[in-house]
Design a protein around this ligand. Structure first.
Ligand code: PMP
Length: 465
């Protein structure tokens, strides 16, 4: 018999079980020892309930992923029906299943241009990992076996496998114990207009960034660079919205040098920015490969996808004796694909992309007012992907010392008021479900303002301001 606590654990027992046995992604051992984790037991729409029954508006949207909102019965039914009919069948070599075939066709219809080919993965990291390997494969099929290097940007996050974390480069993630791959990977300056060199206009900054890319290619040699990977808006690296025309210009550089463009749309797709995919609709880029995950199933179940062009397919299939040796047991998992199909059906039926655009504009204008607060240097973002950036000095844009931890304190204060926002470096980040209402937007903006004011008062008392 299992111990009673395992059958119907009390909130404190759940907390203990987690505290004693879990290693959480990106665990900070100090704060975990002190505070442990908040155990969530229920979700509905934009709202979460913890084990004690307290309710929170989840402005984080899970992790940029609960796009259609939580607690949808028809999602649960679609998942249950598929699990009963065919819980698993692999998609290796020459096997397929009906949801994976239907979803591949649906993604091809939604993706821009000739992106008509799909390889399913288990999430975003594995989609990026696969895309980086596909770049090398395609370039080698083109008779350019040395053209395998990847150019990325500092402050990017592309996942947590060895390869995806090697192409990503968020400052705090580069702990010396993990020797990430450095050979054949180069990182450019992040296109963050708020942190551009003083005296430069945004347009000059954009041109400088593009020149930096051209200079790197000239130095390294185009024959060694096979791909460029970019999130249209850098998400976890700081909700970095690039200067106008930046992404398009970087794409043109890629085209000039035979460099494949990988758009990491793990966050920016499936309505987060009001479009199925942001690269072409918002940034005028036709990628060779799109990596996506998260909003693909709205987090109901894990799934990722690498969507790539007919052109790449035709290059790869020219040599019928070769194998593209990548893939996962759960690539094209029928239950995950059935969930994605239902998720997309709901987004279409409820026109959630339009709601995301409308609510995104409202949200941004409501949050923009927080720039009047002494702590908030900038409010930025696009669609339903927004953040506030805290600074010590608004004129110089100098950040607060790291030890102050103001963004974590703001998120803790907000949490005590029933709102979840995500602390990241000196930012508080928000990416709520696309179903968000005006009242909910209002609640977030009002509550966040209260939390920032509360923490600002504390910082003044502590002599930090
Ligand atoms: N790319 C981007 C832009 C992401 O934000 C993330 C996750 N936050 C990933 C890749 C990795 O996705 P996953 O955690 O599903 O592996």
């Amino acid at each position: 018999m299992p111990p009673a606590a395992l059958n119907s654990p009390a909130p404190q027992d759940l907390w203990q079980m987690d505290h004693r046995h879990s290693l959480h992604p990106w665990t900070n051992f100090g704060s975990f020892q002190r505070e442990g984790a908040l155990v969530i037991t229920k979700g509905e729409g934009c709202w979460l309930w913890d084990a004690e029954g307290r309710r929170y508006l989840d402005a984080v949207g899970g992790l940029w992923c609960t796009n259609i909102g939580l607690g949808r019965r028809e999602m649960a039914q679609a998942i249950a029906e598929q699990a009963e009919r065919l819980a698993f069948s692999n998609t290796f070599v020459d096997m397929a299943n009906d949801p994976s075939a239907r979803l591949a066709a649906k993604l091809a219809a939604l993706a821009p241009g000739d992106l008509n080919r799909v390889m399913f993965t288990t999430g975003g990291s594995t989609a990026v990992d696969t895309a980086v390997r596909m770049v090398a494969y395609v370039q080698s099929c083109l008779g350019q076996p040395s053209k395998t290097g990847i150019v990325a940007r500092d402050h990017s996050y592309h996942g947590s496998t060895y390869l995806s974390q090697s192409v990503g480069k968020r400052p705090g993630d580069r702990v010396p114990e993990f020797r990430y791959k450095e050979d054949g990977i180069w990182h450019l300056t992040p296109p963050n207009p708020y942190r551009r060199p003083s005296g430069m206009t945004e347009t000059e900054f954009r041109d400088w960034l593009v020149d930096e890319f051209e200079t790197l290619i000239a130095t390294v040699g185009a024959d060694r660079i096979g791909g460029f990977i970019a999130e249209p808006i850098q998400a976890s690296g700081g909700v970095i919205v690039p200067p106008d025309g930046y992404l398009h210009a970087m794409w043109q550089v890629c085209q000039r040098h035979g460099i494949l463009f990988i758009a990491d749309e793990v966050v920016t797709a499936f309505g987060r920015l009001g479009h199925w995919f942001a690269s072409r609709d918002l940034f005028d880029v036709q990628p060779d490969i799109i990596c996506t995950a998260k909003g693909l199933t709205s987090g109901y179940i894990p799934l990722g996808a690498m969507i790539f062009s007919d052109r790449l397919w035709s290059i790869m299939e020219q040599d019928p004796d070769r194998w593209f040796t990548a893939g996962f047991t759960y690539s094209g998992h029928p239950v995950a694909c059935a969930a994605a199909l239902k998720n997309i059906e709901i987004m279409e039926r409820e026109d959630l992309l339009t709601n995301a655009t409308r609510m995104g504009a409202l949200f941004q204008s409501r949050l923009k007012r927080l720039e009047d607060l002494p702590l908030v240097g900038q409010v930025r973002g696009r669609g339903l992907m927004l953040c506030t950036e805290n600074v010590a000095d608004k004129a110089t844009r100098e950040p607060l010392p790291d030890g102050v931890n103001e963004s974590k304190r703001i998120s803790n204060a907000a949490e005590a008021m029933g709102l979840m926002v995500r602390p990241m470096a000196h930012l508080n980040v928000m990416s709520p479900p696309l179903t968000i209402t005006e009242d909910e937007v209002d609640f977030i903006a009002t509550t966040l303002e209260k939390a920032i004011r509360q923490v600002t008062d504390e910082l003044v008392r502590e002599g930090h301001r």
